[in-house]
Write a protein that binds this ligand. Structure first.
Ligand code: DON
Length: 304
């Protein structure tokens, strides 16, 4: 397979989709991104990196941070995590409030916002400064020491993040947040604000493609079994109420973010990152999904 040719062709083919979607505007600092931008990168376990489009441009990884935060917390806290958060798809939007009250403040999975807030709470208890720990982890796994938060985006989300505040306060009332609500929210927003480009993101995902062992840092980040677990939750919950459509069309564990990025993992082979800021109705990158669909369909590669 000629990966460079394939992703160059895909970049050309998805161009018509760029005009059909708009960036997230509920976080005002994200609304200004030009939706005409597109980038895709593939990092392979044999050390190659292929990239196309605006692959140097860093963007806010938003909920993609949840996959890495889950990996960090699973590594240090293990299965005790599952007493605080479930591992079933929610079938609801990522910021939904309704299910949480029915289920006594225990979020369905670690990737909806409520679940990520619980994971952040555990990270604060286990790792201390959880957002800095995540930033340092991603600096190592992308071999890019300059990665950092976008404090303007974090502040913009903090100012407008009433739904996340509602979720966090409700869970606190149920006893499922142990740290101070404002502190949990601040670390969650900061982790979401991290800026990376697709090349850095694809590289950082390699430990998930390599059964927990990072070919970038040389560290065993997860056990083989834990890497399987994170990938499984990405497949079933990583794109929220579109997880069925992603599994059907892409056939890979994926984690999306409202910054327009999507990270996809092909265990044993490669990690793929795609970015285009225009989102579909369920908060996932419209051109990103189109690109990943074409990548697995044309290459014949997927977990199925
Ligand atoms: O909490 C939020 O709403 C954002 N910081 C992250 C949401 C997100 O990226 C959902 N993904 N598609």
């Amino acid at each position: 397979m000629n990966i460079q040719q394939l992703i160059d062709d895909i970049a050309a083919d998805v161009r018509p989709y760029l005009a059909q979607a708009a960036p997230a505007d509920y976080i005002p600092a994200l609304a200004g991104e030009d939706p005409q931008q597109f980038a895709m990168a593939v990092a392979t376990l044999d050390g190659q990196l292929y990239a196309t489009g605006h692959s140097d441009k860093r963007f806010s990884i938003q909920s993609i941070s949840k996959a890495f935060m889950l990996a960090r917390v699973l590594a240090v806290y293990g299965d005790a995590l599952w007493q605080r958060v479930g591992k079933e798809p929610s079938g609801n939007p990522f910021n939904s409030l309704v299910q949480l009250e029915y289920e006594q403040g225990v979020p369905r999975n670690p990737f909806i916002n409520a679940g990520a807030l619980v994971v952040t709470d555990i990270a604060l208890s286990q790792l201390g400064d959880s957002s800095s720990a995540l930033r340092d982890f991603l600096r190592e796994e992308s071999a890019q020491p300059a990665l950092d938060f976008d404090y303007v985006i974090a502040a913009s989300e903090s100012e407008h993040g009433h739904r996340n505040a509602a979720l966090a306060h409700f869970m606190k009332s149920c006893g499922n947040l142990h740290n101070n609500v404002e502190q949990v929210l601040a670390h969650y927003f900061r982790a979401c604000s991290l800026r990376m480009n697709v090349a850095e993101l694809a590289r950082a995902g390699l430990f998930l493609a390599n059964h927990g062992a990072s070919p970038v840092s040389g560290a065993q980040r997860l056990t083989r079994s834990q890497a399987k677990q994170v990938n499984a939750i990405m497949l079933t919950c990583g794109t929220y109420d579109a997880a069925g459509e992603f599994a059907y069309r892409v056939g890979l564990p994926c984690k999306s973010g409202v910054g327009g990025g999507i990270l996809a993992v092909l265990p044993g082979k490669m990690s793929i990152a795609v970015w285009s800021p225009g989102l579909d109705a369920r908060g996932n990158s419209l051109a990103g999904l189109e690109a990943l669909d074409r990548f697995t369909t044309r290459s014949g590669e997927s977990v199925f």
